[in-house]
Design a protein around this ligand. Structure first.
Ligand code: GLN
Length: 303
């Protein structure tokens, strides 16, 4: 798979820097758009192949929603689905309109409203320690204790995150946010500001290609949840771009406006491609192309 990933990167290189880095979070607009990195971990052998700026840390943004979902599912099991739905939204990740029609229940746990709910569930359980719990969960999954959040990105999100405050207060009016909104959003913004490399993320997603066991064989979640998290990534993991992602890439993916796209294929591999310039839906242009070429060259996709 090393050769095919290398070749996919070559085929996508002309797209590097095309698209736009996210600017609605001011701190993210400073990121140099032409950078990239990629990492793949092969199932069973655990062989790891890395490309580009492999040590470069970037803001994981919405990829963090995968981790809060996993912890919330472990906590509430099927009761989670009383607090969020599991259908694609067909709307931007920070859209407000659907929430009123649907009485404060987000369409899915991967749009902002849904991730604010999964964060609220963790705040209910861990109070002020919720962020520490999420961070240590991610550190364990990636096998890297030095992972942390970026204070400047966190402050930047907090001072400009008016839509997220609107979403949280709106859901609170429907009693779907139980904790103090400031605590929930502080936890959410810090979680989005966590800095990781492609290799960290490929390692952290390994449990999704390995029946719920992490890279060291520890149980992250059960196989039923693992199947369902993969299904949710496929149907909701790349915002209102999921149809295009399923069509072109054919893998369950989770993306973030920091430019990462992370994917897993059961019993085959976990993979992360990062490059910060995004398409109009908020997904890395280069990342989409690399993954599309990779599943074509290897024939290893979900379909
Ligand atoms: N922190 C970002 C936000 O709340 C995450 C969005 C994303 O990556 N799609 O708007």
């Amino acid at each position: 798979m090393k050769k095919q990933l290398q070749e996919s990167i070559e085929l996508a290189k002309h797209l590097l820097g095309q698209g736009h880095v996210a600017t609605y979070i001011p701190e993210l607009s400073k990121v140099e758009p032409k950078q990239f990195s990629a990492a793949i971990i092969c199932h069973s052998s655990l062989e790891t192949f890395e490309f580009g700026e492999k040590d470069k840390l970037f803001s994981i943004q919405s990829v963090s929603k995968l981790f809060s979902l996993t912890l919330a599912l472990n906590e509430l099991d099927d009761k989670l689905w009383l607090r969020t739905n599991k259908e694609p939204s067909g709307m931007a990740f920070n859209s407000l309109v659907q929430l009123e029609y649907e009485q404060g229940i987000p369409r899915n746990p991967f749009i902002n409203a849904g991730a604010i709910v999964t964060t609220d569930i963790l705040c209910e359980k861990y109070g002020k320690d919720a962020f520490a719990k999420i961070l240590s969960f991610i550190q364990t999954l990636a096998g890297n204790d030095s992972i942390n959040f970026d204070e400047n990105i966190y402050q930047s999100e907090k001072s400009t995150g008016h839509r997220n405050y609107a979403l949280a207060y709106f859901m609170k009016s429907y009693n779907n946010i139980h904790c103090d909104v400031d605590l929930v959003l502080d936890t959410y913004f810090k979680m989005c500001s966590i800095m990781m490399s492609s290799t960290d993320l490929a390692r952290a997603f390994y449990f999704l290609c390995n029946g719920g066991l992490d890279i060291k064989g520890n149980v992250v979640t059960n196989s039923r949840h693992t199947k369902r998290i993969n299904a949710l990534m496929m149907s909701c993991g790349t915002y209102d771009n999921v149809g295009e992602v399923a069509y072109r890439i054919g893998l369950p993916c989770k993306s973030g406006v920091g430019g990462a796209i992370v994917a897993a294929l059961a019993n085959n591999y976990s993979i992360c491609v990062w490059s910060p310039a995004l398409n109009e839906k908020g997904n890395s242009l280069f990342g989409m192309k690399v993954l599309e070429e990779f599943t074509t060259l290897t024939g290893k996709s979900s379909f």
